[in-house]
Design a protein. Structure first.
Length: 301
């Protein structure tokens, strides 16, 4: 099968690209290794996307997904391992198969950073999570911790406060990076307690997580905090390992593009959170995806 446009990643950038490509009567393939929506699907509440006063990430993801399916996209639930540029088309490798396309749009977004402390891997999925909306129900009426100080940490902490008996939000600084409105809203929750100037240095437990080892940065003192679960929201890093050999990323792994969202390899585009840019929002990802698809369509023609 030879495609006009092959899109890797079905977050808001990737699905927007698919919509624009399909409406331009191009043959479009969309690849996603997990669930449609990317990181958006893990968001409990979205209140800054035009057209919706408030919507959960799963619903918005499924709305976009259904639109691209109805338009006739070829959707593949599989991971891409490598991309190669041939004379007139790209070769895209996945699970022992090769797919061919005139253009490729990379929209693989970012993944959650980890604390990289003692026993983190041991309790991953056994008390430690990076998705409150996915795993929050396991901790109904229990005690949980959230690590981080940005919008995601506080928003997911508030979501968990509706399920858990107690939520500790642990932040390494004395003030949050989250927006003022979100901080004020979180502080109104009676079962949320804020722990400032503190880092997690380790996890402990037997078969499942039982608690955290905390270090107070102002004094150096270590304490133990008994919890049933811990949710980490300490930032993101790009999902770009599969393109390292193409020399299209910066030192942090984000893909470099021009104003048309094209990389230095002609016909290879990138959009959304995977690219080097300042703001990473659903609305900006949709913008990126639209421009990348329009540019790729022009390249095809």
């Amino acid at each position: 099968m030879i495609y006009d446009m092959l899109i890797i990643g079905s977050g808001p950038a990737g699905m927007t690209s698919a919509i624009y490509g399909l409406r331009a009567n191009l043959k479009v393939a969309l690849f996603e290794k997990s669930a449609p929506g990317g990181a958006m699907i893990n968001t409990a509440k979205i209140e800054n996307y035009p057209g919706y006063k408030s919507i959960d990430g799963v619903s918005l993801s499924m709305n976009m997904y259904q639109q691209v399916i109805d338009l006739g996209v070829d959707y593949y639930s599989r991971e891409i391992e490598k991309i190669e540029k041939g004379d007139d088309k790209f070769k895209v490798f996945s699970d022992g198969e090769i797919f061919y396309s005139k253009t490729v749009i990379i929209a693989t977004g970012t993944k959650n950073k980890k604390l990289s402390v003692e026993n983190e891997e041991k309790f991953s999925g056994r008390g430690i999570s990076w998705c409150a909306i996915c795993d929050g129900n396991f901790f109904k009426n229990k005690i949980v911790a959230v690590v981080g100080g940005g919008n995601s940490a506080l928003e997911e902490g508030m979501y968990l406060s509706g399920l858990a008996k107690k939520v500790y939000i642990i932040h390494r600084r004395d003030e949050f990076r989250a927006s003022k409105r979100i901080v004020e809203e979180a502080m109104e929750k009676e079962n949320i307690e804020f722990v400032y100037n503190t880092i997690v240095t380790g996890f402990f437990g037997s078969d499942k997580l039982e608690g955290l080892i905390l270090k107070k940065l102002t004094s150096g003192n270590e304490t133990i905090l008994n919890v049933d679960g811990c949710f980490e929201y300490i930032g993101q890093e790009p999902n770009s390992n599969f393109v390292k050999g193409l020399n299209i990323t910066n030192e942090k792994g984000y893909i470099m593009v021009d104003n048309n969202f094209e990389t230095k390899i002609k016909g290879l585009f990138a959009s959304g959170d995977i690219i080097n840019k300042e703001f990473r929002q659903i609305a900006t990802a949709v913008n990126d995806g639209a421009i990348a698809a329009l540019s790729a369509s022009r390249y095809c023609k």
